[in-house]
Design a protein around this ligand. Structure first.
Ligand code: URP
Ligand code: ZN
Ligand code: ZN
Ligand code: ZN
Length: 471
């Protein structure tokens, strides 16, 4: 199978240039000009950018949460991701305290095997550090190829781990070559504020945000950074929403700590007032951490521009408005947290970021693809356009404008948080491992072609180059 993509403008995290791509089988075979067209499928990309497929480092597909299960599973979620230009996702495998890690990994394989449109991998949640967990971790890395561990500092009595668990996870990760991810909010303080609000009869969606103040995120982010320094380990803070957290990450990095930060499209574009929408519509905008006051948006954009934050995750975690979000109609604590974001992640970053002049084209590629591939051991197979890399590619028309709507999106969920928003740029064609899977707004792939990827360790080499890359 030979495919040629011709006359496009190739964009990587470092370069922008005009060239053709020759794809043989699943990989990019050559970058150049005048490849013989005979026997090849030719895709015309004139006037379009050619990006490496997006790498979404943060998804929750087919995930049980708050007494229900996310609407999008590995089939609808990865298909919608592909429509949006994402060709790899790393999903969170949830573990149960007291149960073997391997049970959870088996469950996540059952949810995903044969069901994905694009390649995928897993992060593993650590809820409690015990002798049994410690004993299992080497094989999680070696056999399962899972090289990132997630610790929740919030969701008391559900996912929340204590500081001893976080600290031991950091120490073990350093020894084994894994990256520790944290959901950084102070769960104990939030638990107190939440109970107080309910006791005062404050049950509307807005109280979800008002009981999770920026200080609770800033404090937990700072604590995680300090524990990382103490352990001499490495940390990735997921879904950073506010200035207080950005400052902690910036300060830790300035002191030489190996700390990375991710934000999400929702924090860059939506705000606290969305939670005040009438008729319970605010429930559509319930994320943890919550949406913040508008002033935080420019801080987050600035952090992406200067490199204080490096990646963008969708935190895809979709629940229908009718029947799922509505579980919390009388009590905001019962609204399942999260939203549909996997499809529009790149679109929002391009339109609000590149087209609005907030970040460069190369930064867009770095933030949506390359950096996550590097941090999570997928690079250079994923996350770039180079000879030998997987031919995961997006042909992107930067001038056409489209309107986001749940009527036309490909997620299964019954609303879109960006309903009616006009965005610049349209994904025209997507290839996964050399095969066209999206063309003319139609899915052309085969479900099950997306396969599980074992990832490389968070390596010493990457660590050194990452430190050197910092300004
Ligand atoms: O509200 C959110 N973010 N839901 C998904 C679970 C998590 O905390 O990432
Ligand atoms: Zn989280
Ligand atoms: Zn999440
Ligand atoms: Zn469509």
């Amino acid at each position: 199978m030979r495919t040629i993509i011709q006359n496009g403008i190739i964009v990587t995290a470092s370069d922008t240039f005009e060239a053709d791509l020759l794809i043989e089988g699943e990989q990019i075979a050559a970058i150049g000009r005048d490849f013989p067209l005979e026997g090849a499928d030719v895709i015309e990309a004139e006037g379009c950018y050619v990006f490496p497929g997006g790498v979404d480092p943060h998804t929750h597909l087919d995930m049980p949460f708050g007494g229900t299960v996310t609407k999008d599973d590995f089939t609808s979620g990865t298909t919608a991701a592909a429509f949006g230009g994402t060709t790899t996702v790393v999903d969170f495998c949830l573990t149960e305290k007291g149960k073997p890690l391997k049970n959870a990994i088996k469950t996540w394989h059952e949810k995903s095997k044969g069901k994905a449109a694009i390649d995928y991998s897993f992060h593993l949640m650590i809820g409690e550090m015990t002798e049994d967990v410690l004993a299992e971790l080497p094989s999680v890395i070696q056999e399962d190829g899972i090289t990132s561990f997630k610790v929740f500092m919030a969701y008391k009595n559900v996912f929340q781990a204590d500081d001893a668990t976080l600290f031991q996870t950091l120490i073990k990760a350093k020894e084994l070559g894994a990256l520790v991810m944290v959901h950084a909010e102070n769960g104990d303080v939030i638990d107190y504020l939440t109970k107080e609000a309910l006791a005062n009869g404050q049950t509307d969606p807005i109280y979800h945000a008002l009981t999770r103040p920026v200080e609770a995120e800033g404090e937990a982010t700072g604590r995680a950074c300090q524990l990382t320094s103490l352990a001499g380990s490495q940390l990735y803070v997921v879904h950073v929403s506010c200035e207080e957290a950005v400052k902690q990450i910036e300060s830790a990095r300035r002191k030489g700590a190996d700390v990375w930060g991710e934000t999400c499209p929702q924090y860059l574009t939506l705000d606290l007032d969305d939670l005040r929408k009438p008729d319970f519509e605010g429930a559509k905008y319930v994320w943890s951490p919550p949406l913040r006051e508008k002033k935080h948006q420019e801080v987050l954009w600035n952090a992406l521009r200067t490199g204080a934050l490096q990646t963008i995750g969708s935190d895809q975690c979709s629940f229908d408005f009718k029947g799922q979000k509505s579980l919390g109609i009388d009590d905001f604590t019962k609204i399942p947290n999260g939203g549909p974001m996997i499809e529009d992640r790149m679109s929002i970053l391009y339109s609000e970021g590149v087209a609005e002049g907030r970040i460069s084209l190369n930064q867009f590629v770095d933030i949506t693809s390359t950096r996550a591939a590097k941090l999570f051991g997928l690079y250079p197979k994923k996350g770039t356009i180079s000879v030998g890399a997987d031919a995961d590619l997006v042909i992107f028309d930067p001038f056409t404008v489209r309107t986001i709507s749940s009527e036309t999106h490909h997620m299964k969920v019954d609303y879109n948080a960006f309903e009616g928003k006009r965005v610049k740029g349209v994904v025209q064609t997507v290839l996964s491992k050399g095969k066209v899977i999206i063309q003319d707004d139609t899915y052309k792939g085969t479900i099950g072609d997306g396969t599980y990827i074992k990832r490389a360790k968070y390596s010493e080499q990457l660590r050194n180059s990452a430190l050197a890359e910092r300004v």
